[in-house]
Design a binder for this molecule. Structure first.
Ligand code: BGC
Length: 735
């Protein structure tokens, strides 16, 4: 299979500021064009108020109205993070029932982030951009980049990470790749939308420094580096105002401070006030089924303009922004617009490439992995997740796809024909029947899972394990259990899986445990009892093949956790501070200490730390040095380290650079990720990795001066392959 027909990561290669020699790939998007401004002015002058306002609200579930008389088409949109969503009916959430809307199902956010590979993420963006334009959509409602504040978050699987630096390093290439296909990204959900519980009204209170340092960096980079053409305003409130009506967040920060020139689209039914939403920065109101003329930005807006409550110039401002984006996308005059392609072998290959770098090897203490097949006549494949598909499921966007290779199918494809597979379902995915499950209500607020095992299924599983040389059990969760619109109630493995895994491990100690999930679970006891544990994700069309290739050693695992796996829920910051989920208000009491920043500062041992992941080979990091010892604010620190592959297999390692600031005038996390690089190193070879850290990256947000400030003095540069495996450090100073 050939990968999609793009050039090798078509990023501009630009020198980093302040250094002459360091050349690194910098992903830089193309700004919105202003070349058509005169034409736009003349179009707006010819439009009736009704035509203008038709462009400012949903006229179908996923499009605004066209002004055909003037050659202005609809602005068409599609979800979302996992690939281009199937066509939805014009006026309800029901699928439109097309037979030509099959798409590639790409790995979900957690898997994408676990690759720690910006180049792959660029390719993902480019690939899904080709699919978006091939489906004739102008806007893809992606990427979803909210910070993972609690491991219980229903959308953890969709988001990337708990770390703001990793978040922006993945967000930017995705948007750049996507938008190269003449479609707009819609960066969501802006912002501080970190829980599903009460998301429709909860008022999020975050102190300013935490907001700037943790929750906004990826959004800011989406504007200033990637030039994202659209943003999605979130459902919740922030400091008292809904995010689609939030003057501070939309007008002051996003537009005035960051220079955003694109359009703000509301999340579906996130507008609550006509005048406030429009004047405070939302351009387009999208929503869920009701007569489209009843939207706040429809008849009510016409009325507001006619009665002088809202100035027509406010309407014009938004119409002009939308038209600029349309000209940038070549959607008005589509000469030379990208054509794209969808549901192709090349795109399945892209999905495979991401999946194969996302799988995280958590434990392998007796070298059970990669599976050695000499003498193996049969393999037990156990667990409902061996056959579970996740392209669709739960509440929220999925993908209608012709291909989703399950783990069982992957093994059937990849195991030699003379190896017998003994499959046993083991546990079932069951929910309480006492209440009818509403979509999005599976977990925190809704019917609980049934955790009693079926004794017959357990017996089958135990027998399969006993009668096979090796057993692989596929456990974890799925997209019905982890879902938009509700958070999970606990970290427990649902459906009685823990008990089942224990029984299978007793029956056959040569059992490999594979978790497929998008968010942390309590896997402490299972991990202690097992010799081999793998973490995989809702991993796209080729997920099962990629997983089989990892199990069999064709792919050497190189995924790293993009978040901390806590030993218990109470250890994680939002829970330790009793500030989740709040009530009508949620105060982020942990402040800047989100994710590993909390664990490392408070010295709490997680089961697996941020950035963790093993390989089938071994790497040694040595010879850490920086190009200088003293730097000024405009410099770039060049960190150099040797990576030796001291094992028998070729592999990829992610070198991670964390920085600490001892003796600071402000509170600091023990350390923060400030650079990383993924490097392929052949067995027995040693390679040098250079990571550039602009000194400006070391700044904290000074709430008094309302600006970023680099403190002078000593900083410790730490290098390792997880936040808890730092192998060397050097001290530098900033003058
Ligand atoms: C979600 C968005 C999504 C939109 C349209 C909302 O419920 O929060 O992420 O893009 O629906 O499907």
């Amino acid at each position: 299979m050939a990968a999609s027909c793009k050039k090798e990561a078509k990023a501009n290669v630009e020198p980093e500021t302040g250094s002459e020699t360091v050349k690194e790939k910098a992903y830089q998007g193309k700004p919105i064009t202003k070349a058509f401004d005169a034409k736009i002015d003349s179009l707006v002058a010819q439009m009736t108020l009704e035509e203008k306002i038709g462009m400012l609200h949903g006229n179908t579930m996923f499009a605004t109205a066209a002004a055909e008389r003037l050659g202005i088409p609809e602005l068409t949109m599609a979800d979302g993070p996992l690939g281009v969503r199937e066509e939805i009916s014009k006026d309800s959430w029901a699928p439109a029932g097309w037979d030509n809307d099959f798409a590639t199902y790409y790995p979900a956010g957690g898997g994408v982030a676990a690759t720690w590979n910006p180049e792959l993420v660029y390719q993902f963006g480019y690939s899904v951009g080709e699919e978006t334009i091939a489906r004739d959509k102008d806007v893809l409602l992606s990427p979803a980049i909210n910070i993972i504040r609690t491991p219980l978050g229903g959308r953890t699987y969709e988001y990337f990470t708990e770390d703001p630096f990793l978040n922006k390093k993945l967000t930017v290439p995705f948007i750049v790749g996507l938008q190269e296909n003449d479609v707009a990204a819609c960066v969501k959900h802006y912002a501080a939308n970190n829980q599903e519980t009460n998301r429709d009204f909860v008022d999020v209170q975050i102190d300013e420094r935490t907001l700037r340092e943790i929750y906004l960096p990826a959004f800011k980079a989406a504007v200033q580096e990637a030039h994202a053409y659209s943003f999605m305003g979130a459902y919740n409130k922030f400091r008292g105002d809904y995010l689609c009506e939030n003057d501070y967040m939309l007008n002051q920060v996003l537009r005035d401070e960051w220079g955003f020139e694109g359009i703000v689209i509301s999340d579906w039914a996130a507008v609550h006030d006509t005048k406030k939403a429009l004047e405070n920065g939302t351009d387009i109101e999208m929503g869920t089924p009701k007569p489209f003329n009843e939207f706040y930005f429809a008849d009510a807006l016409i009325e507001a303009v006619k009665t002088g409550k809202v100035a027509e110039s406010e309407v014009d401002k938004s119409v002009k922004r939308i038209l600029r984006v349309m000209f940038t996308l070549k959607s008005i005059d589509d000469k030379g617009r990208a054509k794209g392609s969808i549901d192709t072998e090349a795109h399945f290959q892209d999905a495979y490439n991401i999946a194969s770098e996302s799988v995280v090897l958590l434990k392998n203490d007796t070298n059970l992995l990669p599976l050695q097949l000499e003498g193996v006549k049969s393999v037990a494949v156990i667990g409902h997740n061996a056959t579970k598909k996740n392209a669709l499921g739960g509440f929220g966007a999925g993908v209608k796809t012709k291909r989703e290779v399950t783990p069982l199918e992957g093994l059937k494809n990849r195991l030699p024909k003379d190896v017998t597979i003994n499959y046993a379902e083991g546990y079932q995915e069951r929910y309480s029947k006492t209440e009818k499950a509403k979509l999005g209500d599976i977990t925190l607020n809704g019917p609980v899972t049934i955790n009693e095992l079926d004794s017959k299924l357990v017996e089958e599983a135990v027998n399969a394990a006993k009668n096979s040389e090796v057993a692989i059990i596929f456990a974890g969760s799925n997209r019905d259990y982890e879902t938009e619109a509700s958070d999970r109630a606990s970290l427990d493995l649902p459906f009685g899986q823990e008990e089942l895994i224990e029984k299978v491990l007793e029956a056959n100690p040569n059992t490999i445990v594979v978790f497929i999930a998008g968010a942390p679970f309590d896997i402490k006891s299972i991990t202690e009892k097992s010799h081999a544990v793998i973490w995989s994700w809702f991993n796209g069309s080729e997920g099962g093949n990629a997983l089989a290739d990892v199990l069999l050693g064709k792919i050497n695992p190189s995924g790293k956790l993009p978040w901390t796996m806590p030993a218990k829920l109470e250890d994680s910051p939002a829970h330790a501070t009793h500030s989740f989920p709040g009530d009508s208000t949620v105060v982020y009491k942990e402040g800047i200490l989100v994710g590993y920043r909390w664990f490392d500062t408070k010295k709490i041992e997680p089961i697996f730390p941020f950035g963790y992941g093993l390989s089938y080979t071994s790497f040694e990091l040595s010879n850490l040095k920086t190009d200088k010892q003293e730097y000024t604010e405009s410099d770039t620190i060049k960190v150099e380290v040797s990576v030796k592959n001291s094992g028998k297999l070729d592999g990829k390692e992610v070198v991670q650079v964390y920085v600490s600031k001892p003796e600071s005038k402000v509170e600091r996390a023990a350390q923060e990720l400030k650079g990383f690089a993924k490097k392929q190193v052949a067995s027995g070879k040693e390679e040098t990795v250079t990571i550039s850290i602009p000194v400006k990256e070391l700044a904290f947000y000074n709430v008094e001066t309302k600006s970023w400030e680099v403190e002078r003095g000593a900083y410790i540069i730490k290098v390792g392959n997880s936040s808890r495996n730092i192998t060397s450090e050097v001290t530098i100073s900033i003058q």
